[in-house]
Each structure stands twice: as C-alpha cells, then as structure tokens.
Design a protein around this ligand. Structure first.
Ligand SMILES: [Zn+2]
Length: 305
C-alpha cells in the first residue's frame, strides 16, 4: 500500500508486469471508497489485490472518478460496474457517451493496437447511462469521504478533468501534468485525437490556482515539486510541439516523420535518463503516437500541410 495522506493511497497496476506505468488512486472515508482512474481491464486483478491490501471490498466502493476516458485510465470501468452495479461513475460530459457506447474508443484503439488490442487493454464494456454522473468542471463532488473540487483541464484530451482534495492538498491530474517516472523527464503525452497546446497551458494554470502540495500522476505517482514540475512540463510541451512542426515542414511521409520524431525524442530523454528508463517511458507513451497527436494539432490550426 502506498499512502498519500490520511485515507488516500495508490496502487501500482503493474501494467503487463511492469511497475511504475499506471497508478490508480483510492480515497476512503465515511462516504465509502472512491477509485480515481481504475485503469484497463487487463490490470483488474492487480487492482483487486490492491483494494484487498487496503482492506477495501467492492461493496465499499461507491464511486469511480475518471480524469478522462482513454483506456489506460478508464478501460475497466464497464467491467467493474457490470459486476458491482451500485457504483456511480463520474466523467466529463464530453466523454460520457463514449462510456455508454465504447465502440468508437475500441475502434480507435484497435487502429493502433490491432489484434493486440485485447491483450493490451482487456475488455472494454459499456457503462449504463444510469450509472453516470456528468461533470463540466467548476463543481465539487462528494466521494471517498471528502469533497473534491473539479476542474475542466483539456489539452491532453478535450474531455479531461482534474480533481482536487482541499483537505490534503492533493490534485489528481490524470495526464494533464504529464508523464514522469522516477523524477525523470517530464513528458507531455500528446496522442491523437484532440491535443490542444494552448488549452493545456490554461489547464496547468487552473491546477496551479489550487496551490496543490502534491500532484498525483497516473504515469506515475505523487510529485511534490509542483511548480518546477509543471514548468518543466510546459517547457517540454513547447519543445516537442515545435519538434513536430519542424518535421511537418520537412519532406517525407508522416510515418517517416513519426519515426524521426521518436528518434529525436529518445535522444532528448537520454540526456536526462538511463536507457532502461527511456524504454519504460515508451510503455506509458509510444513516441510515434505523440507525433501523430501533435501533427493533427498543427494541421487543425492550419500551420502544417
Ligand atoms: Zn494516460
């Protein structure tokens, strides 16, 4: 058990046997238990072991809070709710319909993972509309024995929200504060389809306005050097987005550009981390996909052909 604060902990889901890739947070209190981002169904056994280690049984779990609906964060939700239909799921209004009908989510992941889809993510089951509570951002929610402030934090995903527990000063930021494993490079995850660099910067300001003592990252774990961490994220977002734009202005196919982007990003990461750490980052955020997301962003802005 990894304690964050009184009644707050997190579980390493050991995604495909690897530690430090996906973390799920738990909040426990008089109002029962809330799970923040349960992760993919392929990690459900590990999540259950984590709950048991924390003395939590499924009937105690009342809420699942989703930062966003990407499968590494939300994939297991439908499977969990089917087995435990008393659980309420909180998700941004833009993501809700894809929880009710995950076919688009499955299609877009299948385009990337092909026949390894099931192996990577496991089942992606629908969540009945009656189990969903939609969020806009700006409200607060009672879950896990505490009150969370909700903020709309797009940039990584157009339906991303972050949750702030005022009593502990911990902000649950999903992917908005980037990927950072073992105090390494702060990598902005920029997969398709809805990267928005400007919106992301506003979202970081929104998180900073809470003055959080700790950022809880899905990839991976708690960060207490909040301001330097977020400054590094924005710096690196500037770097990777300019790197993608430069490649878009060079000759070649997107496949070639994606491969070149991955090569350049790997050498940038190597300046700060060991080779094995660079490989761990690949599992959390495949570098070629990061190019695809940024390419789409620049083309939407009309700044690349
Ligand atoms: Zn993620």
């Amino acid at each position: 058990m990894n304690t964050l604060s009184h009644g707050l902990s997190w579980v390493d889901l050991r995604f495909h046997g690897r530690s430090q890739i996906i973390a799920t947070a738990l909040a426990q209190g008089h109002g029962g238990v809330a799970i923040i981002d349960p992760g993919p169904a392929s990690c459900l056994e590990t999540l259950e072991l984590g709950l048991q280690a924390d003395g939590v049984r499924w009937p105690d779990v009342r809420h699942i809070l989703l930062t966003h609906i990407h499968l590494d964060h939300s994939g297991a939700t439908g499977t969990i709710v089917r087995a435990h239909p008393h659980i309420k799921v909180l998700v941004h209004e833009r993501g809700a319909r894809h929880m009710v009908d995950p076919s688009k989510l499955i299609d877009s992941a299948t385009r990337i993972y092909g026949d390894r889809m099931q192996f990577f993510w496991g089942e992606v089951a629908p969540v009945p509309a009656g189990n969903l509570t939609t969020l806009k951002g700006g409200e607060w929610v009672e879950a896990g024995g505490r009150t969370f402030d909700v903020a709309y934090t797009p940039g990584h995903a157009s339906h991303h929200v972050s949750f702030f527990d005022r009593s502990s000063g911990i902000a649950f930021v999903g992917d908005t504060a980037g990927v950072c494993i073992n105090h390494g490079f702060v990598l902005p995850p920029t997969p398709p389809p809805d990267i928005d660099v400007e919106a992301w910067r506003v979202s970081v300001d929104r998180i900073l306005s809470w003055s959080p003592a700790t950022l809880m990252l899905t990839h991976f774990g708690p960060i207490t050097s909040v301001r330097p961490h977020l400054a590094a994220l924005l710096d690196n977002l500037g770097t990777t987005s300019r790197m993608a734009l430069a490649l878009l202005n060079e000759a070649g196919t997107d496949e070639e550009r994606g491969a070149e982007f991955a090569t350049r990003l790997r050498s940038l990461l190597r300046t700060q981390m060991s080779e094995s750490e660079v490989m761990t980052y690949v599992v959390a955020a495949a570098y070629e996909h990061l190019f695809t997301g940024l390419a789409r962003y620049w083309r939407k802005k009309g700044l690349a052909a």
